[in-house]
Design a protein around this ligand. Sequence first.
Ligand code: PDD
Length: 287
Amino acid sequence: MTQRTVYIDNNYVAEQDAKVSIFDRGFLFADGVYEVCSVLGGKLVDFEGHMRRLRRSAAELELPLPWADEALLEIHRELVRRNDLAEGLVYLQLTRGNPGDRDFDFPSADLTPTLVLFTQAKPLLESRSGREGIRVATQPDWRWARRDIKTVQLLYPSMAKMAAKAAGADDAWMVEAGKVTEGASNNAWMLTWEGVLVTRELSSAILPGITRAAVMAIAEALSLDIEERAFSVEEAKQARECFVTSATSFVTPVIAVDGVPIGDGVPGEVALRLRAAYIEESRRRAV
Ligand code: PDD
C-alpha cells in the first residue's frame, strides 16, 4: 500500500513519520474530540456542519481550538489533494496535548493542543450495506452521559459493535431504559406504518448527527411527517422501516433488529429514497 500523507502539528508528513507523545492527554485520558467528514468526488460533504460541531465539542471540554474554519478547510483540502482521494473520509482529532507528565488536572490553558488529520479511502456510494441494508443487535448503552460531545472515548461503542457481530448482526443499537438512544456510530431512525419518521430528540443522550440534520431537512422538503422522540426496541421491531444515518454510511437501511425482520425484511423504500436524495444533495453542496 502506498504511504499516506497525514497532517500533524502544522506539517504534512508521511504516515510513518507522524508521532504523538506517550504523555499526550488524548492517549492517557481520551482527552480529545474528533470529526469525520466524508469525501465524494474529491470534495467535502457537510464540512461547515462538522466544523461547527467540532467547535462546540471542544468548547464543552474547554479544549482550545486555535485554528480558524478556513485553515481547517485548507488542511482538509490539501490532504485530499496530496492523497488523491476521490471517495472516502477525512478524520480529524484534536487533543489537549502533551503537558509532560500524567496528571488528572487539566494543564494550563496555553498548552498547545495536538491536531492530527488523515484520509481513508473507502467506497461510500456503492456499498453492500447501502444496497442490502444491515442487521442490528441491541446492546445496553453503557457510555458516559455526555454523548452530545464527540469525544474519542470509543471503547464502549467498539465493544458494543463486537458484541453485535458476535450475535450475528452487523452493528449495534444502544438502548437505555427500553428506548433506543442511537447506533454505536450513527443515528437511529424508524418509519411507522402511518408514515411518520421517528428519530430521537437531541439531548445529551445522543450525538447531534450532521447527517441526521441534513436528512431531516430533506425529509421536510419531501413533505414527510417527522417526530423527534425516543422509540422503544419493540416499536422498532414493529416498524415499517428502520435505518441509520452517519457521515460514512449516509442513509443505510436496517433490515432486522435482534433477528426480527423489519417490514418485509428488505431495505425500505423511504430509506432508499432518502439515501438517493441525500447523496444527490451532498454531491451538489460538497466543497
Ligand atoms: N460517527 N452517533 C454516533 C455515536 C456517532 O459516532 C456518529 C458518527 C453519529 C452520526 O453523526 P454524523 O452524521 O455527524 O456522522 C451519531 C462517525 C462517522 C464515526 O465515528 O466514524
